[in-house]
Design a protein around this ligand. Structure first.
Ligand code: MUC
Ligand code: MG
Length: 374
């Protein structure tokens, strides 16, 4: 007797991977990233993978890798196991009805369910989100060693490798003037060969931001990301209205409701769309749709995911009609360990999208079994 495939098991793995160098943000210095990987196994033999990440434990978001795993294992997995695997929207509606918040955990689950369903249907994941308008995505690199000379050398290497010609500089740990001098030196060294942007990760007050924005605009910087605290949307609007340099909202966007508020008041020029921040792929697609309706430009953001979350993001971003500020899906390149059988393809300043079903990647499960936390 045939029956619809059902979800047999939902498993979560914590995998700690060292970074290639300390990654210094205003909120945390990362020496490793913790990948929360979710594997959904179905009765038809198909499995799907998803991933959640955050940055610096609880420094960036209100979910930690450990809370994500605990909440999936304890509360979300039991809502899914034994249920129809093909009715993904119904599975997610049940989770949404029973679980408040937990955007990152929900993102990992949603990704795994859609990966399995796309594999089942024999199509790339992007087909479930309307289909691709591009087969590769330009990728920015983040310079965050904290040292000006080291950052310039790193940028030169990336240009030589033809891997990145867009650089995002992490600032906010030093004084505003010192940060502006650091950024201006890097922009002067790279000139018109690269686009230079900055991300203060909420470090500035509104007055510091206005001061910093003037110096950065004079230095030839192209945009400033989330200069002030996430909840201050009126402050963000003041900075955008000042019209000194394009302003991008990042931490201000915890999904479609925030996106609507920022869009309705035209409080930003650009949205950093992130699948984890948006509570999943569908949430991120809605954030992008709201931006599009409000004539706000798009940037494909990262939570420094490993290969699974990076490819999930890439599959979705490939469907966006407009992606004026490119993407920053470099997460796997910041990590010292490969978890795929075939690494993601970065070349010609872009990430190449696979055409195979689902996420289009194959995990090295033997390696993961050795690397996962006991
Ligand atoms: C962020 O705030 O944008 C993205 C790139 C990076 O280096 O950090 C992340 C987080
Ligand atoms: Mg940011």
């Amino acid at each position: 007797m045939s029956s619809t495939p059902h979800i047999q098991a939902v498993e979560t793995l914590l995998v700690d991977v060292p970074t290639i160098r300390p990654h210094r943000l205003s909120v945390a210095t990362m020496n490793h990233q913790t990948l929360v990987l979710v594997r959904v196994q179905c009765s038809d033999g198909i499995e799907g993978w998803g991933e959640a990440t955050t940055i610096g434990g609880l420094a960036y978001g209100e979910e930690s890798p450990e809370s994500i795993k605990a909440n999936i294992d304890t509360y979300i997995a039991p809502l899914l196991e034994g249920q129809d695997a093909g009715a993904v929207a119904q599975r997610l509606a049940r989770v949404a009805g029973q679980v408040q918040g937990n955007r990152f955990a929900k993102c990992a689950i949603e990704t795994a369910l859609y990966d399995a369903q796309a594999r089942r249907l024999g199509v790339p994941l992007s087909e479930l989100f309307g289909g691709r308008v591009r087969d590769s995505l330009p990728i920015a690199w983040t310079l965050a060693s904290g040292d000006t000379a080291r950052d310039i050398a790193e940028a030169e290497r990336m240009l030589d490798l033809r891997r990145h010609n867009i650089f995002k500089l992490k600032i906010g740990l030093r004084g505003v003037r010192e940060d502006v001098a650091h950024v201006a030196a890097i922009k002067a060294a790279l000139g018109s060969r690269a686009s230079v942007r900055v991300d203060a990760n909420q470090a500035w007050s509104v007055t510091e931001a206005l001061d910093g924005m003037r110096g950065l605009a004079d230095a030839g910087v192209d945009m400033v990301e989330q200069p002030i605290v996430a909840h201050d949307k009126l402050g963000l609007k003041r900075l955008t209205d000042a019209n000194i340099i394009p302003i991008m909202a990042d931490e201000a966007l915890h999904g479609p409701r925030d996106a609507f508020e920022v869009a309705a008041t035209q409080a930003a020029d650009i949205f950093a769309v992130k699948i984890n921040q948006s509570g999943g792929l569908r949430g991120a697609a809605r954030v992008a749709g709201i931006a599009e309706a409000a004539n706000i430009a798009l940037y494909g953001g990262t939570m420094l995911e490993g290969a699974v979350g990076t490819m999930a993001s890439a599959q979705l971003f490939s469907t966006f009609g407009e992606l004026a500020w490119s993407t920053e899906l470099f997460g796997p390149l910041l990590l010292t360990e490969e978890i795929l059988q075939e690494p993601l393809q970065y070349r010609d300043f872009a990430l190449q999208l696979p055409t195979t079903p689902g996420l289009g990647i194959t995990l090295d499960t033997a390696r993961l079994a050795r690397m996962r936390r006991a």
